[in-house]
Design a protein around this ligand. Structure first.
Ligand code: DPP
Ligand code: ZN
Length: 847
């Protein structure tokens, strides 16, 4: 496979003035006619070539003309090359494609009889021949003929009707934002009036039967539209905004201009079928895709190396939205747990790459936690450094200056430099260096002065052999031993490898609360005593660091159990209990406080310390902790459970879902100590999925028979999204030694379908997420996963490659497990005709 480098970027020699597409839909022989107007690109240095290259894959060329004269281009598996005239010209072509056999779900494909597209990153080239690169932007007009009542494309409708429709999108866009949908769909409709009085029709198109799952998504869309006007001054720019739900989709959702296409799991919601977590995720994804209209569509990326320009910024924006809609501290804590779980694992292993990668073979492999979530952290740091007002001023300039552009990270940083006068040269290293920085702090106190000395170090990686010091915003506060705040949050700006900061005029030696709000995505080493952490746990004014103090104590406790077989400290367990019982605190925050570090996090911590994690032992220690917690809460769990049970109509809002989160932690403690009677009662009376599935998971973990599981199946066997939960839960709740067998048995179930990414991920995502089962010493899970990756790769390389990251942590484990994983990786790599996607991933993982 060919490696593509950022440094090789050159503009395309032509601009595309207009694109006309006509689709005649047919499952196996869809015809696409294109009329594309090309002109010389003034930004192209040098003479315009006399041959043009157009991308095209799996498209059969029927005919081609330039300026009305037939031409005979040279066609390869990647595209075509054709002689072209010197000035402007019109390219016309007709091609044939086979959507029904498109199992890769890229380009035009079929899902349950409906036609649907996914073009990001490079799917448009599977629809027709085109310069399929994001810096080629054009105005699209699309006509569709097909045997369907609903025929959709981007922009505004020119003609709509059964079997024939015409669409025009006035906003120039790259081909990756093209979309087409055709099917027997029903719309849930609403309207929105923008801040300047534009009437926008909103539709959420779903399969008949799913009408009852649209209201929440529509509400989230309207809330997002309002929020983007109020917070960023961004207004919607078409007469219509359509969302379509599709069952077969590789990702969460896609921000196609005016026609967002969503994985049905990321938009369909009802209280009976969706959990509180589903609702929150759906709200965030709808916001994310909507926010892309400005950060991604109006201003897009010059090339795919700049992916974080739209994704990091848009994730940052959707996290701001969720913080505003729900609880900001809870959102921040949840995001950091997720960052440490997924992004840190990536950044500290063989797949480490900078937020802006400098080379790739398959761009689909770079839709990563690093590009998205670390990319968002970088935006957050920039905002922390320049301050709130300066941030919005710079972003305003970005929108003014680059509207209609295919932009770069340099463009993004320049608006901050121009508005603040700062030099961001050093800050830019956050975009170019891979690896998680390690930050340590030493304290000294004399008379009335505390000195904090920070040291930063980023471990070298294949992607960044010689990391340089970064600009690190370190938010800190100081707390006196009696709990008073000695210093409110202040942001220190660290730029050197070693740097000291002094705080004078102190009455007493305070405890430093460092990296408040997790102000930088680093691993912090701060040798606080347990007593100091207990103080922060009870008195820190920063909710994130309050949680973090508990998290660090929990980590210390579990590490002592692992290393020395120590028993958990009752004082700490009681402190956690005290917080859980503190009715002045948000129940959602309390639920997070009771959350202990998981096995994957502990495995990473041990690996960092030069130790080899034993998955069985990590599992056992996790069980011991839960037993100890259940004992500690013995006299409180039932009361807390009852007190936070929600009465009245279900609402997926922060207040109710926080209560359910807390009460369901209590249900887990109760079930562990006293069996499944309470869980069974909750299961039987549940009128919403959160309560039903929380109860079911306790019954599966602590019960004896499968009556409830079977009842759940009978109740929900016709609901695809709920059945995904049914599949996943059985794997998650399996005993470690049964995990692989459970997954294998489920793949034999008649409702298992590996071609559906949601169902495949339900089983295998759950297996990978069950640390002790996936890493069971038999190696069965490794083999099972590898078998299925080999099966899936020829059908759906993108989802296969994504799942390969399960193997990225292989070097953490003992020699036997390493050998077993490596053998599976080699076995997959030896498969004939393995995709470029999977080949690249596994080759990098092998290191
Ligand atoms: N651009 C999509 C998203 O992140 C992914 N294809 O929203
Ligand atoms: Zn996105």
């Amino acid at each position: 496979p060919k490696t593509i480098f950022l440094s090789d970027y050159t503009p395309y020699p032509w601009t595309v003035e207009s694109v006309n597409l006509h689709f005649s839909l047919d499952p196996h022989a869809t015809r696409v006619r294109s009329v594309i107007r090309f002109a010389r690109n003034p930004a192209y240095a040098g003479d315009t070539p006399d041959t043009m290259f157009l991308h095209g894959e799996q498209v059969k060329l029927i005919s081609a003309q330039i300026d009305g004269t037939a031409v005979d281009p040279e066609v390869t598996g990647e595209g075509l090359t054709c002689a072209v005239p010197a000035g402007s010209f019109t390219w016309e072509a007709e091609v044939e494609i086979d959507p029904a056999n498109n199992t890769a779900l890229e380009g035009l494909y079929m899902s349950n009889g409906m036609y649907c597209t996914q073009c990001e990153a490079e799917g448009f080239r599977k629809i027709t021949f085109y310069p399929d690169r994001p810096d080629v932007m054009s105005v699209f007009t699309v006509t569709i003929d097909g045997p369907h009542p609903v025929l959709l494309s981007n922009g505004n409708p020119v003609k709509t009707g059964e079997h024939h429709a015409e669409w025009h999108d006035p906003w120039p866009k790259p081909a990756y934002l093209f979309a087409l949908v055709a099917g027997d769909l029903v719309a849930h409709s609403d309207t929105f009036t923008t801040m300047n009085g534009r009437q926008v029709d909103l539709n959420l198109y779903v399969r008949p039967g799913d009408e009852g799952k649209c209201a929440f998504g529509m509400g989230a869309l309207k809330a997002s539209m309002t929020w983007d006007e109020q917070v960023y001054g961004r207004e919607y720019d078409l007469d219509l905004f359509n969302i379509v739900a599709v069952d077969d989709f590789n990702m969460g959702a896609m921000e196609n201009k005016g026609l967002n296409i969503f994985n049905s799991s990321a938009v369909l919601a009802s209280p009976e079928t969706s959990t509180d977590m589903n609702f929150e995720r759906i709200e965030a994804i709808i916001a994310h895709e909507y926010f892309h209209n400005w950060t991604g569509n109006r201003i897009t990326c010059r090339d795919w190396f700049q992916l974080c320009l739209k994704e990091g910024l848009t994730v940052y924006r959707d996290s701001q939205f969720t913080s505003d809609m729900r609880s900001a501290p809870v959102k921040r804590i949840s995001d950091v747990i997720d960052l440490r779980g997924r992004q840190f694992a990536e950044d500290q292993g063989p797949l480490a790459h900078p937020v802006r990668p400098e080379s790739f073979q398959e761009i689909n492999n770079f839709y990563t936690a690093t590009v998205y979530e670390k990319g968002a952290e970088v935006i957050g740091m920039l905002k922390t450094l320049v301050g709130e007002d300066a941030y919005y001023k710079a972003v305003e300039l970005y929108f003014d200056r680059h509207d209609g552009d295919a932009a770069t990270i340099e463009d993004w940083l320049k608006v901050f430099e121009d508005t603040t006068g700062r030099d961001l040269t050093q800050f830019k290293r956050w975009y170019s260096q891979a690896g998680t920085p390690r930050l340590s702090v030493e304290e000294s106190f004399e008379l009335d002065t505390l000195t904090l000395t920070f040291t930063q170090h980023t471990p070298p990686s294949a992607a960044t052999p010689e990391p340089q010091p970064l600009v690190i915003p370190i938010a800190i506060g100081l707390i006196y031993p009696d709990g008073r705040e000695a210093l409110e949050t202040k942001v220190l700006e660290m730029t050197k490898e070693v740097q000291s900061f002094r705080f004078t005029g102190l009455e007493d030696r305070p405890v430093a609360s460092v990296l408040r709000g997790f102000s930088a995505p680093v691993v912090l080493t701060h040798d606080l005593s347990d007593a100091d952490r207990m103080l922060l746990l009870s008195a820190d004014t920063d909710p994130f660091n309050r949680w973090e103090a508990g998290n660090m104590l929990a980590r210390t406790t579990m590490l002592a159990m692992i290393r020395d077989g120590a028993a958990p400290d009752p004082a700490f367990l009681n402190a956690i209990k005290g917080i859980a019982l503190d009715e002045s605190l948000d129940p959602a925050f309390r639920a997070l406080m009771i959350n202990w570090p998981g096995p994957a996090e502990l495995a990473n911590v041990l690996h960092e310390a030069g130790e080899v994690p034993d998955p069985e032992q990590l599992f056992t220690v996790g069980e011991q902790i839960r037993d100890a917690m259940a004992e500690t809460f013995a006299d409180a769990a039932s009361d807390l459970y009852a007190r936070h049970s929600v009465s009245g109509a279900y609402q997926p809002d922060a207040a109710q879902s926080g209560k359910r989160a807390l009460s369901n932690v209590m249900l887990a403690f109760i079930s562990r100590r006293s069996g499944t009677e309470t869980a069974q009662a909750q299961f039987d009376s549940a009128d919403n999925m959160t309560q039903q599935i929380s109860a079911l998971s306790q019954i599966l973990r602590h019960g004896e028979d499968s009556t409830a599981l079977d009842a759940f199946y009978q109740q929900w066997k016709d609901d695809r999204l709920v059945m995904d939960k049914w599949f996943g839960l059985q794997v998650s709740c399996a005993k470690p030694e049964d995990g692989a067998d459970t997954a294998r048995r489920l793949t034999d179930h008649p409702d298992f379908n590996h071609k559906n990414p949601n169902r495949f991920r339900a089983v295998f995502g759950a297996l990978i997420g069950h640390h002790a089962a996936f890493h069971h010493k038999s190696g069965d899970a490794y083999t099972l996963l590898a078998d299925w990756l080999i099966t899936l790769d020829p059908l759906n390389p993108q989802t296969t490659a994504r799942m390969c990251s399960a193997f990225q942590t292989w070097k953490r484990y003992d020699a036997d497990r390493q050998a077993r994983i490596l053998a599976e990786v080699e076995r997959i790599l030896a498969t004939p005709d393995l995709s470029r996607d999977t080949t690249e991933m596994l080759t990098r993982i092998k290191g």
